[in-house]
Design a protein around this ligand. Sequence first.
Ligand SMILES: [Ca+2]
Ligand SMILES: [Ca+2]
Ligand SMILES: [Ca+2]
Length: 420
Amino acid sequence: MRRSTSCGGLTSWLCGCVLAAGLPAMAWAQSNFAARVVAFTGATYGWADPVSDAYYTNTLVTLGRPTVDTTGDGWDIEDPVVPVNPLYPAWRAHEVVTIAAGGELILEMEETVWDHPDNPHGLDFTVFGNARQSGPTWRNGDPALTNFGAGTFAEQARVAVSQDGETWHTFTNGPFADDFAPTLGRIYDPAQPDASLGAWNQWWGAPTDPALPLDPAITAADFNGQTVAQVCRWYGRSAGGTSFDLAALEELPADPETGRKWFRYVRLIQPAGDAEAEIDAVAAVAPVPPFVRWQIKHFDWRERADPAIAGPLASPAQDGWSNVQKYLTGLDPWEPAEHAFDLRLELSANGREVIFERQAAADDLALAVQWTANPADWIAAGAVTDWLTEDLGDGRVRVRAALPDEAAACFVRLVLLDTP
Ligand SMILES: [Ca+2]
Ligand SMILES: [Ca+2]
Ligand SMILES: [Ca+2]
């Protein structure tokens, strides 16, 4: 057996091996929205939808995911389909309900909502209203040509949650519903616009993920002067909305088995006054994969919007180590690495083995050990699927991948099959 020059080669173990790239898969996102209207005392007949003449009193419009596309208004926008964005929120009576001053809406979630430790930013659920960021009139054009102002048009409604629909725990001092951040219906994705919206659409891609909260470090002031395109890049796949952390509710009981706080019912309360909040939807936050939590830990929201800094294959320390390699080995992505990735070949009682160590928590990468007799040709390389892992007790596991007999003289490499 030759010890291949590619074994442990920093630049070689990922060379040409990324089989898929682009936006992360959405497999982790769950769909847990409001599923049933329990009570509503806030019907208001002051305003009607100017297109349909319907009042904003249909509470069923709060069930399911938040609005993706709304419609033109016939004055500023003639288009029948207009993707919801922070300048042009959901506004139709079949999309949002209005809660009159002094009224309230109680909804039951489809499933229990948890204070889950893997939820991004510690946030556990999101209420979508129709808050709008200040800026010029939206005309459904190029998002790169319109800039935001600094303010948010909000109509703050108080939010409370309950496990049994009787005892309520209120976010008394906020956050509030129908407040920052405005909803984004579709991912800003000029490379893959959804052609089904019409030939005019050159910018808006797949629907956003309501289970992915916006980073709470992003504030309305950050929007000021930015283009719609730039802000939507910051959102990424997030649908925005106002997100809440159940840990903030000290009196909310925890489940005795898991130790986690939870709720099933959500209550949206419009205090007496002039405001009349709109509610579009309520969504549970979904836990995110370990690599996404690693990105949140090491990069701020501006950096995470730049794949050249925070992307799986970027090397922000410019040391030749990619982020996935640092993630796999537990190194700081901003600190230049001093030694090479330690991929070894050893002869053991199990035969020839490829051995490496990785962080135990970094279990969401699709990795393969490949071998070939011809290092110029990895197309027909063999893949090792039979792996043994050993807990080293320090947060790492040692991986042992036995090479087959036919790989007697070979080169091996560790391949990232897919970007997380
Ligand atoms: Ca939480
Ligand atoms: Ca509103
Ligand atoms: Ca809705």
